[in-house]
Design a protein around this ligand. Structure first.
Ligand SMILES: Nc1ncnc2c1ncn2[C@@H]1O[C@H](COP(=O)(O)OP(=O)(O)OP(=O)(O)O)[C@@H](O)[C@H]1O
Ligand SMILES: [Mg+2]
Length: 389
């Protein structure tokens, strides 16, 4: 099995550094490691002190870097969808340049990188895949979308296909916009399936997310929200990494104040994330660039712990033998959690985040009896009969 490690956190806190350091450590422990960047800024290659290549390229024994070329991947794999989108934009009167820009939607590049990640995982070639993700798990949350769409896609697409076939000449005349052809719909289905597979991989038992933060109030507040939302969407978070911790020794008054503030925030971090381990990395006197410097970061970060052990513990979402639904929601407050039932879906809202859960057949026809949030866990009980009793 391939162990997948994802690194996310607020902008600039050290995600790329932590991801690259972890990858170097894995490779130097003899694990065949792929480190993937989903950002277009090539900063992963910069941190490793190499030039980026489009195919996985070996940096040192067992360590491979893959800088996804999203443009090429898009052309190669999803050309039909892109051409269709371009055609529609052109019909809507957008010029070619604008259409070109729009077909690279925000978040699309990261999603494409994750699609490539799935292909790499499927090769079975890697012991460890390390992913340097976008800030604050934006894309990981985006991946909850295909899950929400799954039910509809599965049920509606076959019907939609038939409808499209009979209606398209008429619709085309009325709407004046191309109706997707069969092969475009096919590509849409393929994309949907691929996204579901990525999500399954990233929420599976061999994947976990590490939240990178710096001991500062604003960063911590965001990291706490990210922890809750990642769990809501089914991702396992297995550690927090507190980066840029000022060393206390020999501090002048300016640094002493920072040390005092960081000590306070670190205590809060430990309390917020318990029982998760919090790994600390000192504020170094230079940027850690290149495999050797990164290996030292990894040593400071993980100490004697095994960073590649399977995440273990329960998955965030479970259905017990008694038919109770348990959803881990660390740090969620009672007032911000809301539950709604729509057909055989359960919609869980936590503050600004929402997950649409398609209930398994055994629960789909049973109404919600009650729900309670305690110790960071939502427990939903269902009635014994149909939804109306
Ligand atoms: N512990 C540290 N000590 C000193 N410098 C550090 C440390 N950690 C990271 N840096 C430096 O800080 C800068 C930002 O780090 P990094 O690129 O890893 O952050 P990031 O979270 O990936 O940023 P972005 O959100 O832009 O992707 C880099 O120049 C990196 O070398
Ligand atoms: Mg980065």
């Amino acid at each position: 099995m391939t162990r997948v490690l994802l690194f996310t956190g607020k902008g600039g806190v050290g995600k790329t550094t932590a991801a690259a350091a972890t990858a170097v450590l894995a490779a130097r422990s003899g694990l065949k490691t792929l480190v993937v960047s989903t950002d277009t800024a090539h900063s992963l290659a910069d941190a490793l002190g190499v030039t980026a290549a489009a195919e996985p390229s070996e940096i040192e024994p067992c360590l491979y870097l893959h800088q996804v070329d999203t443009q090429r991947s898009l052309e190669r794999q999803w050309g039909e969808l892109r051409d269709y989108a371009r055609g529609v934009f052109a019909e809507l009167g957008l010029d070619a340049v604008t259409a070109e820009e729009i077909t690279v939607l925000p978040g699309a590049e990261e999603v494409i990188a994750l699609l490539e990640l799935r292909e790499q995982a499927a090769t079975g070639r890697w012991d460890v895949i390390v992913v340097d993700c976008a800030p604050t798990a934006e894309t990981l949350r985006l991946l909850a979308l295909p899950e929400a769409l799954d039910w509809h896609v599965n049920r509606l697409l076959p019907v939609g296909r038939r409808l499209l076939r009979t209606l398209s000449p008429l619709v085309r005349r009325v709407a004046m916009v191309s109706v997707p052809d069969d092969h475009v719909v096919g590509a849409g289905e393929r994309l949907h399936r691929a996204l579901m597979e990525v999500r399954e991989l990233l929420t599976g038992p061999d994947a976990s997310v590490r939240l990178v933060l710096t001991p500062e109030a604003v960063v911590l507040a965001e990291a706490r929200r990210t922890l809750t939302s990642l769990s809501l969407y089914g991702y396992r978070v297995d550690a927090a990494i507190a980066n840029r911790v000022f060393p206390a020794e020999g501090a002048d008054p300016w640094r002493e104040r920072w040390v005092a503030a960081q000590t306070r925030h670190l205590a809060e971090v430990a309390e917020s994330f318990a029982p998760l381990p919090v790994h600390t990395v000192p504020y170094l006197d230079a940027e850690p660039v290149g495999p050797d410097a990164l290996a030292r970061v990894a040593e400071a970060m993980y100490g004697r712990t095994d960073p590649f052990a399977p995440p273990g513990g329960e998955p965030p979402l479970r259905i017990t033998a008694e038919g109770e639904l348990l959803l881990t929601l660390p740090l969620a407050e009672k007032g911000e959690v809301d539950l709604a039932r729509k057909g055989d879906e359960l919609i869980v809202t936590v503050g600004p985040y929402r997950r649409v859960l398609a209930l398994p057949a055994a629960l789909a026809r049973r109404g919600v009896r009650d729900a309670a949030l305690s110790d960071g866990r939502l427990r939903v009980r269902f009635q014994s009969g149909g939804p109306d009793d």
